[in-house]
Write a protein that binds this ligand. Structure first.
Ligand code: ATP
Ligand code: MG
Length: 883
């Protein structure tokens, strides 16, 4: 079976068991403060387990793009060195939300693996949780009994809490799990040693392929476990490992998933993969090819899902992965020019039917990767040389000091893990603590937010089905459902969840609402809401007011009101963003794709893919289009629950990397102009925006431009300010119609005048020079000029001394002048005097004492400045003495 067929068979199988097949969520996690990237199939369904949302079906199956390079799951170090861990991989999964449980889940796993995929039964081992007394969770007898019937007791392994008890995080849903392992070794090896002994022992051919998690408990903040009211199944099967098993391979990289790319890499570098056998994990040619084939996927899909490489957070994770691959290619395959970008089209083609987002943005992703490669390749070689220099001075087995690690990262862009890798290859360690210290010492470096500390939610009332009413109204009666206290660096916050709310929670670029909750108890209490944020599907109202516990705990009705003025401005900016995107596509072309957007009550900021600077004329054209649409006062039309396919067919613009459900909200301002999938709030008709004006245009990263614009009051404010400047100018140029012309005239007049002044000064200098030459005294062989002169500036003084010297042979020249009230001296000696040991610098220092100053310079020419102009004559007299 090809990998495509294997994936399809999985989805078809679960479809036949009543599952709804859904698309993968984007690689980049949104609205989940605990997660940067999706690292398991269940991440997008978290809310259903937490009871914060209702799944579209009680049975769901899919393939999910996962990335395990940070946080709780980090497999990065193993990738390339082993043959079965990837950074990005596909996790096939099936879920039951309070529907079927262990019996069906395990039976279906068995049926799929042994009957559909025809994997040999005798090579399969399963594990069951053996219980944990300390935690008060019993042995999973139920799973044992089910497996016993299918695989037989001798192939069941009892697992401990580490391997067989799954927890979402420190708190939240958890439960026992049951893993399925497969033994892929040759028969002779199997005969020599039972696979059972190798399960969970890091053997590359006895690997876990599938994990069935049974969520039956919830872990509270104090560590205790409570039983969940309805029980769920969450399973995850590694797609690449499954393909290895079914295709009879011994390494994931030998499957058709990776061979494609590896063959292209071979051609590009002229080296062969697997010369020493494809399982060799010490051959660096092979390691490099595996690393590149793997990292290419992580980087390309992350960029396609909207995560551009950058210097912070998730963007830095992607940059690090890319740089790791570039360095392997450079050091072991001889790639000194960008190569990863050439592989992007290969990958895009291979996955065009499964994850079309890459094919759709092939050009963009290729260019972003290419720019990143070019920039890193510029410093890579120098960095490696620097590393080699330092390591040569370090005794074998020694430690590369923290400052060096920091220097490599700061100056050469070597991520710490890359330096650690270079060190490891040569048998060194790095001083991580020292590096951290050096990093902390570097100011201006954004520190990570202090970890937040949250209490358990305090449940106040039954929530029922949550309702967001903020599209239609800015005020609503509501009840508090639950709240909690959170300690942040800024102080303590209350997080409040209501049963319904008009407050928009930050999402899709639009900031959260602020406002107040008016609680009517015995008295009226006002709770100020500073922000509203989404945590998975919960709308969390944030208050920084003190001592709210008592009031939050009452069941009193409350009135939730959004700050209407602020929201109005936010809506103006959001609608303007839609019009602007449509305008940009009209003027620049349909390759314009949204790469980020942000709207608050002041500004709309919009990032989009485009490879050249947007010219002023182009911006003007877009501005004109948007303002024409504003004047046309087009009414907002919003369609809810539109099947996604229908919306796309209608031409709605979707953003890559956003997760859309099967049914979407479509916001339209003129069906021929702007139709977007959007959950944001908008003005009822475009006329309310009043005015649209760009304020800036620039580049954010390779291939991405950023524009900022203002609307309504803000736009008017800017325009009135500009008008004021103009009227002030008109005032200054009284009587002249065209102020621009007037300023131009002024500038050109000024230039002419400057030229004339220069000429006059030069003329005067020549006269001074002639005058001085006429009075040269000769002392022996030396021509002496000691004089007070009148010049325009210090440069003229210098130039005069040089010119005088040119006209004389052996000479001693001392000139003094007063510039802006300050005395200046210049001393010039001919070379022969210098050869005799005379030094202009020493002389000028001595003379400068008379004018309360100091100076110095070269042996033949030196200058000094002083603070007492009345001493200048004395200084010149002193010069006479020196002669
Ligand atoms: P392992 O111990 O092999 O790292 P795991 O316990 O971390 O696996 P789970 O979190 O249970 O794995 O994930 C479910 C399945 O996803 C695993 O059974 C495995 O097939 C697959 N998987 C996990 N991590 C990776 C990875 N880094 N690359 C490829 N597949 C993986
Ligand atoms: Mg793991």
């Amino acid at each position: 079976m090809t990998s495509h067929e294997i994936r399809q068979a999985f989805l078809d199988f679960f479809k036949s068991k009543g599952h709804l097949i859904v698309p993968s969520a984007p690689l980049v996690a949104k609205n989940d403060p605990t997660l940067m990237f999706n690292n398991s199939g269940m991440a997008q369904f978290k809310d259903f387990f937490l009871g914060n949302g209702t799944p579209p079906s009680k049975r769901i199956a899919d393939t999910q793009k996962c990335l395990r390079v940070s946080g709780k799951h980090n497999d990065l170090e193993d990738v390339g060195f082993d043959t079965y861990h990837h950074t990005m991989f596909e996790m096939l999964g099936n879920w039951s939300f309070g529907d079927y449980f262990k019996k069906e889940a395990l039976a279906w796993s068995w049926e799929l693996l042994t009957e559909v995929y025809k994997l040999p039964k005798e090579r399969i081992y399963v594990s069951v949780f053996k219980g944990d007394e300390k935690d008060g969770v019993p042995f999973d007898q139920e799973a044992w009994d089910i497996w016993k019937e299918m695989v037989g007791e001798d192939r069941i392994i009892l697992g401990n809490k580490k391997d067989n008890f799954w927890e979402m995080g420190d708190t939240g849903p958890c439960g026992p799990c049951s893993e399925i392992h497969i033994d892929l070794r040759d028969q002779a090896d199997v005969d020599a040693k039972s696979g059972k002994e190798l399960v969970n022992a890091d053997h590359p051919q006895v690997v876990e392929i599938w994990n069935n998690v049974f969520m039956q408990f919830e872990r509270k903040a104090d560590g205790s476990l409570i039983s969940l009211p309805s029980k769920h199944v969450d399973t995850g099967m590694g797609f690449e490992r499954l393909c290895m098993a079914i295709q009879g391979k011994k390494s994931n990289y030998d499957t058709d998933i990776f061979q494609n790319t590896i063959q292209v890499i071979e051609k590009m570098c002229g080296k062969k993969y697997g010369v020493n056998g494809t399982l060799n994990t010490t051959d660096y040619t092979d390691i490099a090819m595996r690393v590149i084939a793997d990292h290419l996927r992580a980087v390309s899909f992350a960029i396609a899902d909207g995560q551009l490489p950058s210097n912070a957070k998730a963007g830095y994770v992607i940059r690090r992965i890319l740089r790791r691959a570039i360095r392997y290619g450079y050091s072991y395959l001889g790639f000194t020019e960008p190569f990863m970008s050439q592989l992007v089209p290969v990958l895009a083609e291979q996955f065009k039917d499964v994850f079309p987002e890459l094919k759709a943005q092939e050009d963009f992703v290729t260019r972003v990767v290419n720019e990143e490669e070019k920039s890193f390749l510029r410093t890579l070689e120098a960095g490696i040389k620097r590393f080699e220099l330092i390591s040569a001075q370090t005794p074998t087995g020694g430690i590369i000091n923290g400052e060096t690690v920091f220097e490599l990262s700061d100056t050469f862009g070597f991520p710490v893990d890359l330096t650690a890798l270079l060190a490891k290859e040569k048998g060194y360690k790095i001083d991580e603590a020292g590096y951290e210290k050096a990093l902390a010492e570097q100011k201006n470096r954004s520190r990570q937010d202090a970890a937040k500390e949250a209490t358990d939610w305090v449940e106040v009332s039954e929530g029922g089905d949550f309702e967001f009413v903020g599209y239609d109204t800015l005020e609503a009666n509501a009840q508090i459902v639950k709240y909690r206290k959170v300690k942040t660096k800024a102080g303590e916050e209350y997080h409040i969840v209501l049963d319904r709310t008009p407050f928009y929670a930050e999402m899709g670029g639009q900031v959260g609402d602020s406002g107040e909750l008016r609680v009517t108890n015995d008295e009226v209490r006002i709770i100020n809401i500073v922000d509203t944020k989404k945590e998975n599907d919960l709308f969390v109202h944030i208050s920084r007011d003190k001592n709210l516990d008592e009031i939050l705990n009452t069941h009193s009705p409350l009135l939730a009101s959004v700050d209407a003025h602020r929201r109005q401005n936010i809506m103006r900016n959001h609608t303007a963003t839609h019009l602007m995107l449509a305008g940009l596509r009209k003027v620049l072309g349909t390759h314009i794709v949204q790469k980020g957007s942000y709207q608050n009550d002041e500004v709309t900021r919009f990032d989009f893919s485009h490879f050249a600077k947007v010219t002023d004329e182009e911006l003007k054209q877009v501005e004109d289009i948007v303002n024409a649409k504003i004047r046309a006062n087009i009414a907002q039309k919003t369609y809810v629950n539109v099947p996604i396919d229908e919306a796309i067919k209608k031409g709605a613009t979707a953003t890559f990397g956003e997760k859309y459900g099967d049914f979407v909200r479509v916001v339209e301002f003129d069906p021929q102009f702007s139709v977007e999938l959007c959950g944001g709030t908008h003005v009822p008709s475009t006329g309310e925006i009043a005015l649209f004006k760009f304020t800036s245009e620039g580049s954010v990263s390779a291939g991405v431009r950023r524009v900022e614009a203002v609307t309504g009051e803000k736009a008017l404010e800017i325009i009135s300010r500009q008008a004021e400047v103009i009227s002030q100018l008109e005032e200054l140029f009284k009587g002249q119609k065209d102020v621009v012309k007037a300023v131009e005239n002024l500038l050109s007049e000024k230039a002419t005048l400057l030229k004339r002044i220069e000429a006059l000064e030069n003329e005067k200098l020549q006269q001074t020079k002639q005058g001085l030459l006429a009075q040269v005294e000769t002392k022996g062989e030396i021509s002496v000029i000691i004089a007070r002169v009148d010049v325009a500036n210090a440069d003229a003084l210098k130039s005069l001394t040089y010119q005088l010297k040119e006209s004389l042979g052996t000479c001693f020249i001392v000139l003094g002048t007063v510039l802006n009230g300050k005395p200046q001296l210049a001393v010039m000696l001919s070379e022969d005097l210098v050869a005799q040991g005379k030094h202009a610098g020493n002389i000028v220092k001595d003379l400068a004492k008379e004018v309360k100053g100091g100076g110095g310079g070269q042996p033949f020419f030196a200058t000094a400045g002083g603070s007492d102009a009345s001493g200048l004559d004395a200084a010149l007299a002193k010069a006479q003495g020196i002669v």
